[in-house]
Design a protein around this ligand. Structure first.
Ligand code: PXG
Length: 465
């Protein structure tokens, strides 16, 4: 389907039926319908096309997930093969299937040490929801039912189920739903670029990393270590604005979790599967989690699938409970999703996508962004780890202050990007890139040139150029 020649005339039809019947996520649907929605009809590599024939370069890999790029025939064929052979069966009735069993075994070879056991779900939110249930269960089995408070961070994004949204620290996610639920508490994020604006003064990043880690200790002591179940965190905070922790942060956090017997839950939904230049952010930052959640890049987004892995301590306790684990979804370990994920891991490995992210294309993106933007009058900081990059737009280069109406300038810049045929996200006024891991140097050049034009135009509007 979907060649521009025969989709142009259908655009207004699709817009109309979408407006009449489809409620969009994280969107004011009524406002969107006045504006008119864009219909995405096809994709290839790092490119997308809309129904009017406009070509976009996708600097976000969808929603941080299309590691192997669009249009990978091997993944499509693996899915088709499973669809023909076993389109559905479950794991509830003393049964498994070859793809899910192989996928679990493959994951065990790439996960952090001690993570030998995996549960499956269908989204990052479900994985995090499941992780919190397993954490509660663990402490119940240990005879410590009072350990029930879940700590997480400001600016965290962990998803939208009742528990995952409660865990999230992006406050606009809460009022519509009367969240967070009881039993959730927040600690600050190691957002060094924002430290000055937050009143920490001219602190250096390493000192700031320690200071923020110790805020976790303060929170544990205030609540009482005997009541704190877990600390949940993304190795790098993604949807909260690409917050890269200073080098001192993770070692201190791990030390604190161990000292107070608080389970460490790592949310690798964005940072997994090569994104930071290793299989997982846990390896990039030398983190040893008790439980880990992953989704997105697990299947490069080709199928909805997520996973929860248990470290030694949790797996020993939970798998030796001598009772049924009363949890599972109809689609846990779906054969088609498992087949696609398994092939996806094979492709990531075969093409050396984590390796190139760490050693060649990641450093290339980093260098080109710095060369292009570090001296730019609208840019306060450029930061990049693997193929995650952020460009902070600020009113005053020297001051590390933010714009008064947070988000206005970022949105303006993002709109210019779209006009230029580049998908680049704005989080507040931070411009964010997370391209497919197959992106080439020429495509990086295209992204940088389009981003430069958009940022220049934004600066021009503000009288800065
Ligand atoms: N954890 C993290 C770290 C995520 O980034 C989730 C959990 C939830 O996954 P599901 O599959 O339930 O969506 C995410 C999802 C954005 C954006 O605008 C980011 C996500 C989802 C939607 C939008 O950056 N991340």
């Amino acid at each position: 389907m979907a060649h521009e020649s025969n989709t142009h005339n259908l655009t207004s039809h699709w817009r109309a039926i979408d407006a009449a019947h489809h409620v969009h996520p994280f969107t004011d649907t009524a406002a969107l319908n006045k504006e008119g929605v864009r219909v995405i009809v096809k994709s290839d590599g790092v490119y997308l096309w809309d129904s009017e024939g406009t070509k976009l370069i996708d600097g976000m890999a969808g929603l941080w997930c299309v590691q192997v790029g669009y249009g990978n025939a091997e993944l499509a064929e693996a899915g088709y093969e499973a669809l023909k052979t076993l389109p559905y069966y479950n794991h509830f009735f003393k049964t498994t299937n070859p793809w899910t069993a192989e996928l679990a075994a493959k994951l065990a070879t790439i996960l952090p040490d001690g993570h030998e056991h995996v549960l499956f779900a269908n989204s990052g939110s479900e994985a995090n929801d499941t992780a919190l249930k397993l954490i509660r269960y663990y402490w119940n089995l240990k005879g410590r039912p009072d350990k029930k408070i879940h700590l997480s961070r400001e600016y965290a994004y962990h998803g939208v189920t009742m528990a995952a949204a409660s865990l999230s620290g992006l406050t606009p996610m809460h009022p519509q739903w009367d969240l967070p639920l009881p039993g959730f508490a927040k600690v600050p994020a190691p957002y060094w670029f924002g430290a000055k604006a937050a009143g920490y003064g001219d602190i250096d990043p390493e000192e700031f990393g320690l200071l923020i880690a110790r805020k976790l200790e303060e929170a544990i002591l205030e609540i009482g270590a005997d009541r704190v179940a877990s600390f949940s965190a993304e190795p790098i905070q993604g949807a909260g604005g690409l917050i890269f922790p200073p080098a001192t942060y993770w070692p201190e956090v791990q030390h604190i979790c161990r000292k107070y017997d608080v389970l460490l839950h790592l949310d690798e939904v964005i940072t997994g599967f090569g994104r930071t230049g290793e299989w997982f952010g846990a390896q990039t930052y030398a983190i040893a989690p008790d439980i880990m959640t992953m989704a997105k890049g697990l299947s490069s987004g080709y199928q909805p699938i997520s996973a929860i892995s248990l470290g030694e301590r949790m797996s020993k306790t939970i798998l030796n409970a001598n009772e049924e684990l009363v949890h599972g979804y109809t689609y846990s370990g779906h054969p088609v999703a498992s087949a696609v994920a398994l092939k996806n891991l094979e492709v990531i490995e075969k093409k050396g996508l984590a390796h190139r992210t760490r050693h060649t294309i990641g450093p290339y993106l980093d260098r080109r962004l710095r060369e292009t933007f570090e001296a730019h009058p609208l840019v306060g900081e450029v930061r990049c780890v693997g193929l995650l990059a952020a460009i902070e737009l600020v009113p005053d280069k020297a001051e590390r202050r933010f714009f008064a109406n947070s988000g206005d300038i970022g949105t303006r810049c993002r709109n210019y990007c779209f006009t230029n045929g580049l998908v680049m996200r704005a989080i507040r006024d931070t411009m964010v890139l997370s391209p497919p891991l197959i992106v080439t140097e020429a495509e990086v050049e295209e992204i940088v040139a389009k981003a430069k034009d958009a940022i220049d135009r934004t600066a021009h509007d503000l009288g800065k150029m």
